[in-house]
Design a protein around this ligand. Sequence first.
Ligand code: FMN
Length: 437
Amino acid sequence: MADLSVNLAGIKSPNPFWLASGPPSNSARQANRAFEAGWGGIVWKTISNDAIVNTSSRYASLNLGTLRMAGLNNIELTTDRSPETNFREIAEIKRRWPDRAMVVSLMVDTRECWHEFVKRAIDAGADGIECNFGCPHGMCERGMGAAVGQQPAVTEKIVTWVMEVATIPVIVKLTPNITDITYAARAARQGGANAISLINTIKSITQVNLDCLVPEPNVGGLSTHGGYCGPAVKPIALHMVQCCAADPEVGLPISGIGGIANWRDAAEFIALGATSVQVCTAIMHYGFRIVEDMIDGLSGYLDAKGFKNLAGLRGKAVPMVQKWESLDLNYKRIARINYDKCIGCNLCYIACEDGAHQSIDLVPPNGQGLGPGRVPGKPIPKIREEDCVGCNLCAIVCPVESCVTMVSIPTGKPKLTWKEYQEKLARGEIKPIPAHP
Ligand SMILES: Cc1cc2nc3c(=O)[nH]c(=O)nc-3n(C[C@H](O)[C@H](O)[C@H](O)COP(=O)(O)O)c2cc1C
């Protein structure tokens, strides 16, 4: 069995799965249940020095068809339990579960407060500190959270305050509400941080109630911009994790967060450079026991791939993401339809005809294989391979797994990047690639 243990900048845990700072990591009762289920670590719900009063009505959801919580929006602040209670419970939990990672998330204001709270976390036995520079609502108005994370100079300054007293590893949690997250990540490094975690939530309004015309969550007739997370944000998080992992000026270990709900999501984050992964929304949706499948699935995947540990997978996909100009303009793929699986919905035809490149015809079936549910005699879609640009849309919209697949076609032409194309054109070595008719 592959070894799932991780060491993120000195913070060790038996597996890479950590509770992200949020409602599931708000108390000893929850931490006990999470560790019993198998979670490798916890980032405790952010502790602040400010008096916290949360609103009643806090969450709103993006539901897509039957899928609930494809995206989750919240306007919750840091923990509304007292620092005393939190630090006491953190100490209890760390004593009871010495092999699990205990990371304490902090968000305070002045240099003195940072010093005081970092020391309190260390005294409670924490293995690491996560500086929450990412909360997009409520705390920014008080000069904390994303107000810090959006300004690299401020991020760097506050990290230096933290590092003045920290004797345990410090993770800086980054906000995605910024044009280029690597600037914030570089600032964290400049300040002396040992690791970064990303992403925190994305500013959002998920829905407007069309009866009362108040967006959700509705707090007495008003709403506010909230933080978005859950499966819908995973692509944004993966992009940002890869950007940080690929940037030599960042060069810090990464804890990946954003829409992780199963082992595959986790493996993708690790392949793009994450050492540990953190989960919030999926636990809020399905509970702590999802970690059982995550551990089994990731372990089985590593075994199947021949990786002895997570280091074998970590970062393997990072160099596969390059600038557009590095891609091969001579590479060609086209769509193929498996008629034994085709149910005759013709969504591929409509998508291609109305929304893409008009490369699918509807033709008489001529006895061609009938997939389940097909109406005999109804025209079937047929790819015009010479016109197919390989955009993937038909395969994306097809509701049947492996019915439309994309296949590589040998062109016999050598790799040609856009840059090489420009150079060869300028030298008159090749003719321009003809424009699409
Ligand atoms: C209701 C709620 C409360 C949260 N509170 C915190 C918090 O106190 N501190 C923090 O750093 N992140 C907080 N987060 C953000 C999560 O830690 C995480 O970064 C984000 O939700 C993305 O991960 P996910 O898609 O797995 O939920 C909160 C998220 C939610 C949904």
